[in-house]
Design a protein around this ligand. Structure first.
Ligand code: MV4
Length: 445
C-alpha cells in the first residue's frame, strides 16, 4: 500500500482525493500556489508544499517544482486529478523515472489517445465504430474539398492534437471550405503547436454519452455504465447524469462492449472514459478517450455505489478488479456550480464569498472546496463546486436538485445557480429530450 500520496492539483478534486486517502489510511501531501495558500486542500492534507506563483505554468503545471516537492516529502505516488498534468505523458514518464507511481495510465496509453488520428486508427483496428471521414491527415485544401464532395456535406474539420472543440469547424458547403480549412489549421497550430487536421461527416444534433471504464495491469477491463453530458455550452459541461435518459439496455450493452474494446486495444490500466457521439437513431461513434478521472465521476459513484478514486488507487497499487460490469441502480444528476454570471454570457466572477449556506438533506452530495470568506482567485477555472443529487428515479433526482439549488446561498460573487434552477424546471429537460445543441436555444429569464 502507498504510505503517502502527493496530490498535484487544487480545488475540489484535491479535497476529493484527500478524503479517500484518509479513509484508506494513506497520508497526503498538498501542493499549492501562492494564490491558494488559504485553500482547504492545504488545510486538510497532512503536509503542504508551496510550489510557486499563481500562474499555473509556475506551479500546477511546473513539473520540476512538483517533483521537488515529491522528493522532499518522500511521496510514493502522485495523483494528478483532472486538468493540469493529468494527461501529460511526459509527466507520467518522469514519475516512473523517479520511482514514484503516477496514479493514472502509462505514457504510451496517454500518447495513443492524445493524438486523435492515432486514436481513431487504433479504434478502427479494434472494431469500435468511428465516424466516417478522411483516412488520417488532410494534406491539402484540394484533398479536403475532394473528400467532402465524395462523402457529402456537411462535414467537420478537427485538429488531430485537439479535443474540446479547439481547431474544429463545421463546413456546410464547398464554398465555405477554404476559409474553414485555413482557420482551423491556424487555430490548431496556435493552440497545440500541431496544425494537423482530419475530416469527418458531421453528425447533427447528437448526444454526448460517455462510458466509464476501469482496467487493471492483468488485462481485466470492466465498464461502469454511462454518463449523459449533452448539456454543455461552448464545450464546457454544465450538467451530467447517469443513467442517460436516452439509454436502453441494448444500447448500454453495445456501448459498454465497444468501450471495453477501446480500452483493451491500448491495454488500458486505471480508470478512464470513452466518449461517444450518439445520433437520433441510436447509432454511436467513438469520439475520444479520456485517460483521467473526470469532473463528473461522482454521478457514476452514486449510481453504482463505488468510490472511483479508491478503485483508481487500488489499481495503481496493483490490485485486481473483479471484471464485472456495473448497471446504474439509482439516478444521479450533477450541476456544476461555477463562479460565472449566467446573465452576462457566463463571464467569470471571481472574488470573495461573503456569505455561504450549502444545501443538505436526503440524496444531496456537495463536492466543493469553498467556505465563507474564501476568495476565488482569477487564475484557474471557475468551478467552485459540484452539487449532486441521487434518487430512485430521474424525476425525483431533478426534484431534489431543484430543492437543493433553492437552499443554496452564495453572496459576494455571481454563480450558475439561477441557470440550473431554470433548467430543472424546463419541460424538455424534464422529459429527457435534449442534445448537445440544447443550450443554443435556451434563454435565461
Ligand atoms: C463532432 C460533432 C458532430 N459530428 N463530430 C466537440 C468536441 C470534440 N470532442 C468533438 N465534438 C464534436 N464532434 C462529428 N463528426 C459534434 C461535436 C460537438 C459536440 C460533441 C460533444 C459535446 C458537445 C458538442 C458540441 C458541439 C459539437
Amino acid at each position: 500500500m502507498f504510505k503517502k500520496i502527493l496530490i498535484a492539483n487544487r480545488g475540489e478534486i484535491a479535497l476529493r482525493v484527500i478524503r479517500t486517502c484518509r479513509e484508506m489510511g494513506i497520508k497526503t501531501i498538498a501542493v499549492y500556489s501562492t494564490a491558494d495558500k488559504d485553500s482547504l486542500h492545504v488545510k486538510f492534507a497532512d503536509e503542504a508544499v508551496c510550489i510557486g506563483k499563481a500562474q499555473s505554468s509556475e506551479s500546477y503545471l511546473n513539473i520540476p517544482h512538483i517533483m521537488a516537492a515529491a522528493e522532499i516529502t518522500n511521496a510514493d505516488a502522485i495523483h494528478p486529478g483532472y486538468g493540469f498534468l493529468a494527461e501529460n505523458a511526459k509527466f507520467s514518464q518522469i514519475c516512473a523515472d523517479h520511482g514514484i507511481k503516477f496514479i493514472g495510465p502509462l505514457p504510451e496509453m496517454i500518447n495513443k489517445m492524445g493524438d486523435k488520428i492515432t486514436a481513431k486508427e487504433t479504434m478502427i483496428k479494434a472494431g469500435v465504430p468511428v465516424i466516417p471521414g478522411s483516412e488520417g491527415l488532410l494534406n491539402s485544401l484540394e484533398e479536403a474539398k475532394g473528400i467532402a464532395k465524395e462523402m457529402g456535406y456537411p462535414v467537420i474539420l478537427k485538429a488531430t492534437a485537439g479535443g474540446g472543440g479547439k481547431g474544429m469547424r463545421i463546413v456546410w458547403e464547398d464554398g465555405e471550405m477554404e476559409r474553414a480549412y485555413n482557420n482551423a489549421k491556424a487555430e490548431a497550430g496556435a493552440s497545440f503547436k500541431n496544425d494537423g487536421l482530419y475530416m469527418e461527416k458531421y453528425v447533427d444534433e447528437p448526444r454526448h454519452i460517455e462510458i466509464q471504464i476501469a482496467g487493471d495491469r492483468y488485462g481485466n477491463i470492466c465498464h461502469l455504465s454511462e454518463r449523459d453530458c449533452s448539456i454543455q455550452r461552448r464545450h464546457q459541461k454544465l450538467v451530467e447524469e447517469s443513467p442517460s435518459p436516452f439509454m436502453t439496455p441494448d444500447l448500454r450493452y453495445k456501448m459498454g462492449e465497444a468501450a471495453k474494446k477501446a480500452a483493451s486495444a491500448i491495454n488500458y490500466e486505471s480508470v478512464g472514459t470513452v466518449e461517444f457521439l450518439v445520433d437520433k437513431h441510436r447509432n454511436f461513434y467513438f469520439m475520444e478517450m479520456n485517460t483521467r478521472i473526470q469532473v463528473e465521476h461522482c454521478v457514476t459513484e452514486e449510481v453504482i455505489n463505488y468510490d472511483l478514486i479508491k478503485e483508481q488507487i487500488k489499481i495503481a497499487i496493483g490490485e485486481r478488479i473483479s471484471g464485472n460490469d456495473y448497471e446504474p441502480q439509482l439516478h444521479a444528476i450533477e450541476c456544476r456550480i461555477n463562479a460565472e454570471d449566467p446573465y452576462n454570457d457566463f463571464r467569470p466572477s471571481p472574488g470573495k464569498i461573503t456569505v455561504l449556506h450549502q444545501p443538505g438533506g436526503h440524496g444531496v452530495r456537495i463536492d466543493s472546496h469553498v467556505y465563507a470568506g474564501y476568495v476565488i482567485p482569477p487564475y484557474y477555472d471557475s468551478m467552485i463546486g459540484k452539487l449532486i443529487t441521487v434518487a430512485q428515479t430521474r424525476q425525483e433526482a431533478i426534484d431534489t436538485m431543484y430543492r437543493a439549488l433553492s437552499e443554496y446561498v452564495i453572496e459576494g460573487i455571481k454563480t450558475t445557480i439561477p441557470f440550473h434552477l431554470q433548467l430543472m424546471q424546463n419541460d424538455k429537460f424534464r422529459e429527457g429530450d435534449f442534445t448537445t445543441k440544447f443550450l443554443e436555444g435556451f434563454k435565461l429569464k
